[in-house]
Design a protein around this ligand. Structure first.
Ligand SMILES: [Zn+2]
Length: 278
C-alpha cells in the first residue's frame, strides 16, 4: 500500500494526503494561533538555521517550553544556540556532536508505547550497534532518576494529524555543547490508531531517524523538503549544517534522514555519514 509505505519512515511529517485531508481544517486555526504567539525573533533564528517554520508551534515538550518545527523541538535556550555565527552551507550534521568516544548511550522507552514501542526500540538499537561505531546503544529501564536516568528517553505523545501530515516522532533537539546527545524524543501514539499504523520495523525506522537528530544529524533534504512533497528553496546561508564527506550534497531519497519517508533502514550514505562522525 503506497500510502503506508510512504509514511513508514518518516519522521517529520508523514504525508497522509488524501486519507486525512478531511482532518486538516479543525487543526489549522489552532496552529495559526500558536504560530502568532511565537516571538518573531525566535522564528527568525529558526528560519536562519533553515528550519521550516510553516507549522512552528510553541509547546511544552519533555518538560521544557520551546518551539516545535518539523519533527524537532527546541527549548528557547537551544534556539539561541542555533543562532547564526557562520554562513556554512550544505547539509547533514549540526555543529555539536556527541563527544567522549567510544561511548555507550543508554536509552529507555516509555511503557505507554507498549510492546510495539519496546520491540521497535530493540530493533533500532540493533540497527545502530550492528554498524560497529564508537557510539553504541544500550537499553535501560524507563523512568530512572539521577545517574541512572537514560541518556536518551523515548516518550509518548498524542497529536492529531493536521494539514495532511502526521508528525510521527519529535526529537528534543541536537547534541548539547558539552557533547551529550539530546535528552530524547517522543513517538506519536496517534499513529498507532490509524490505518497506516506502524509495523515494528517501521517504528524502528522512525526511532532510528529521531536518534539521528539526537546525535547530530539534520535532514538530508533540509534545503528542499523534497521528500515531503514540497520544494521549498530556503537559500544557501545555512548555519550549523555541515556537509559530511562522501555523502551527497543534494537530496538522497532513500536516506533514513529524509524529512518524510520512506526509508526504514540506513542506506549506504547514512552508513558513510555515521562512520565518518562516530
Ligand atoms: Zn527528522
Amino acid at each position: 500500500m503506497k500510502t503506508k509505505k510512504f509514511l513508514s519512515i518518516l519522521a517529520v511529517f508523514a504525508l497522509v494526503f488524501a486519507t486525512f485531508t478531511s482532518c486538516q481544517s479543525d487543526q489549522s486555526d489552532e496552529l495559526l494561533q500558536d504560530e502568532a504567539k511565537i516571538n518573531p525573533d525566535v522564528l527568525a533564528k529558526l528560519d536562519a538555521a533553515l528550519f521550516d517554520t510553516t507549522n512552528a508551534r510553541a509547546m511544552n515538550f519533555m518538560g521544557e517550553e520551546g518551539i516545535a518545527v518539523e519533527d524537532m523541538f527546541f527549548s528557547y535556550v537551544q534556539i539561541d544556540e542555533l543562532a547564526p555565527t557562520d554562513p556554512l552551507a550544505k547539509h547533514y550534521r549540526t555543529s555539536n556532536l556527541v563527544k567522549k568516544l567510544p561511548r555507550v548511550i543508554t536509552i529507555s522507552v516509555d511503557p505507554d508505547l507498549g510492546t510495539l514501542g519496546s520491540d521497535a526500540l530493540d530493533v533500532t538499537i540493533t540497527m545502530y550497534n550492528n554498524l560497529g561505531l564508537r557510539l553504541s546503544f544500550a537499553r535501560v529501564a524507563f523512568g530512572q532518576r539521577g545517574k541512572n536516568k537514560a541518556n536518551i528517553e523515548v516518550t509518548e505523545f498524542y497529536e492529531l494529524e493536521s494539514g495532511g501530515y502526521i508528525t510521527l516522532g519529535r526529537a528534543a533537539g541536537f547534541p548539547t555543547r558539552k557533547g551529550d546527545p539530546a535528552k530524547g524524543f517522543g513517538i506519536n501514539s496517534r499513529w498507532f490508531e490509524l490505518s497506516i499504523s506502524p509495523t515494528v520495523n517501521e517504528l524502528a525506522g522512525t526511532m532510528a531517524h529521531e536518534i539521528g537528530h539526537c546525535i547530530g544529524f539534520r535532514h538530508t533534504d533540509y534545503q528542499t523538503r523534497q521528500s515531503c512533497g514540497q520544494n521549498v528553496n530556503e537559500g544557501s546561508a545555512g548555519v550549523g549544517a555541515i556537509h559530511i564527506n562522501g555523502t551527497p550534497t543534494g537530496s538522497d531519497s532513500s536516506s533514513i534522514m529524509q524529512s518524510c519517508g520512506p526509508a526504514i533502514n540506513f542506506n549506504n550514505n547514512d552508513v558513510t555519514a555515521l562512520e565518518a562522525l562516530y
